[in-house]
Design a protein around this ligand. Structure first.
Ligand SMILES: Cc1ncc(COP(=O)(O)O)c(C=O)c1O
Length: 376
């Protein structure tokens, strides 16, 4: 079976986890601080704050951005449900906007049309690693005094106009889940250029504790901590961070390898006019966290049938990204919402295998079988 994805983890990461365990410092310690420093440096952001996953990163971002009851946050429905959930966690309302079908990212004009006096933020999602037009959304946000938050769960290593994702906005959230291009098992990171956000994020991820463990352990004076506000346990462990440090060192190489496979797919399918392939415009650099293909109406095979036939041949695929407003948890509240482009993209796209190392035979097999099935 050719899997849909596989994390690229080697003996380096296993050794790093082993070594960290033997140091006796298992969580929120020196490895976490080192991972944060390296991640900030890599993205070009001033600060990076490690947390337990991207969902918790988004939750804390909502809090420090001051979003709460009665506020609206515009985001895509077509995203993993964690995007919308993070808005719900602070009792605000996700307002779902349409996507641009060429890159599955938010449609600027639809977002503009959904701004109301209650809108507090725009939550951009760099879907499956393809960057959004951050400048255009920043301009819109500034015009309406909104905060721009980036859900970059899938976008570690992607860049926009020559700068890495993570360096552009006040709050950018990353995931290190095994389906992402680098992984710490589970894990997340928030980058920010704002010192006040950085300080509060660090408090909130550890129960609002005034003195962090590293400071207390290295102090030669007895220290007592206070808990300044109600926070959370959203810590990343040092075991995970030690894995992350090695993953980050390999990230640019991982991207090069992933992109070589993506380029082979793009080249192999470019003559098939029944398929819409990912479009990477000038100034946009995708990490190809996933490779998604949209079946156009003239495609001679339906999406579900194509997925089943590929599975029968030993090729795993996944359906296109979900629409949150169609999920049971949201369906009733959003019964009146209709997002034709997002729904079409969910129903007619598939994600095909892309991971490293991927055997050339397997790449060729995927190409041959997809071509055969959509050309019959
Ligand atoms: C766009 C998006 N946002 C948020 C998340 C949540 O990330 P995590 O699993 O690290 O909480 C995901 C995970 O797939 C995602 O794709």
């Amino acid at each position: 079976m050719i899997p849909i994805a596989k994390p690229y983890l080697t003996k380096d990461e296993a050794q790093a986890a082993y070594d960290t365990i033997l140091t006796g410092w298992i969580t929120q310690g020196p490895r976490v601080a080192e991972f944060e420093e390296s991640f900030a440096k890599y993205t070009g952001a001033k600060y990076a704050v490690a947390v337990s996953n991207c969902t918790t990163a988004l939750h804390l971002s909502m809090i420090v951005a001051g979003i709460g009851k009665g506020d609206e946050v515009i985001c895509p429905s077509m995203s993993y449900v964690a995007t919308a959930n993070s808005i719900k966690y602070v009792n605000a309302k996700p307002v779902f906007a349409e996507i641009d079908p060429s890159n599955y990212n938010l449609d600027l004009e639809d977002v503009r049309s959904k701004i109301t006096p209650k809108t507090k933020a725009i939550l951009l999602v760099h879907q499956i690693g393809m960057p959004c037009d951050i400048d255009a959304f920043n301009k819109l946000a500034k015009e309406h005094d909104l905060i721009l938050i980036e859900d970059a769960a899938c976008a570690a290593g992607s860049s926009y106009k020559g700068a890495k994702i993570g360096s552009h906005s006040e709050l950018v959230c990353f995931s290190f889940h095994p389906r992402k291009v680098i992984s710490t098992g589970d894990g997340g990171m928030i980058t920010t250029n704002r010192e006040d956000f950085h300080d509060r994020l660090k408090l909130l991820r550890q129960h609002g504790m005034s003195v962090n463990d590293r400071v207390r352990h290295t102090s030669n004076k007895v220290m007592f901590e206070d808990h300044l506000e109600i926070g959370y346990n959203y810590r990343l462990t040092d075991i995970q961070a030690s894995v992350g440090i090695h993953q980050l060192q390999k990230l640019d190489w991982i991207l090069e390898e992933r992109r070589k496979i993506a380029m082979q797919y793009l080249d192999a399918f470019k003559d098939l006019d029944c398929l819409q392939l990912p479009i990477e415009r000038e100034g946009y650099f995708s990490n190809y966290q996933s490779f998604s293909i949209l079946l156009k109406p003239n495609c001679p095979i339906g999406r579900n049938e194509l997925m089943q036939k590929l599975l029968d041949l030993g090729i795993s695929t996944r359906r296109g990204i979900m629409n949150s407003h169609r999920e049971t948890a949201y369906k009733t509240e959003y019964a009146d919402i209709h997002l034709p482009v997002s729904e079409m993209a969910q129903d007619h796209s598939i994600i095909i295998p892309l991971y490293i190392p991927m055997e050339q035979n397997d790449i060729d097999f995927v190409i041959t079988k997809v071509r055969e099935l959509v050309s019959r």
